[in-house]
Design a protein around this ligand. Sequence first.
Ligand code: HEM
Length: 224
Amino acid sequence: MSDQETPLLGPRATPFGPKTKQDRLAGYSTHLGIGLFTVLVLSVLIRLPLSVFTIHPVFMTIFVVSISEGISLLQPTHTPEQKAQGLKKHAAIQTISYVAAIIGFTAIFYNKVISSKPHFTSGHAQLGVFVFSFLFVQVLFGIIIAVLPRVYGDQSNAKSLWKYHRVSGYLLLVLIWTTVQLGVRADYMFNNLWSPQLIWLHWLVVVLVGYGVLRRIRFGKWGL
Ligand code: HEM
């Protein structure tokens, strides 16, 4: 039975609608891009001697994988149950990603100290410091809205702030992937690729993750 409210070809991607087939395909695209990225980074690390430096790319990979998956799982939530469950998983995964970022950041900073190298000299490093600070603000903002909404007045005031957390989250994700792409092009990583041609696979990662995440955004929810 169909009426005017029921799309004949299955659910469509409306601003607040349920997941569609395209959403699912886009989700696979995100997972595939993230998987390819992890394999590419590992393929370089197995060629390098283990050192304090190794901790940086390993934990930054855990960071980027978990932060991207932690966003993807909320894309899109539809029913109140999905929203509540999604929020719980999101908070747990983003906690892991934040801890990984702290470990990765501390390791590279310490590595520069013990090898007496100057800090924050490359574009990757400078953007990395900015991203790390942005991440702190993003996490704090999210925790306060979820756990201490009274800080922003009443519950509905706090709820109305989710849209800013959502939009700044996507901006942060773009900056993180830009930082990471600069990191894999840093001399030490680039020079240890099996072949310089493989760097093109990192462009494929950008396309797969970029398409996957963008396709599942419900811009209608931004309400800006
Ligand atoms: C798996 C992905 C990553 C790889 C392969 C990687 C690789 C590198 C390499 C080779 C360096 C040393 C050369 C340089 O200073 O540019 C470095 C430094 C640095 N990275 Fe990454 N990076 C990754 C992800 C990240 C992320 C996501 C951030 C920020 C959240 C970050 C922040 C930094 C910082 C701040 C430094 C410089 C530390 C200092 O100068 O004391 N990296 N990274």
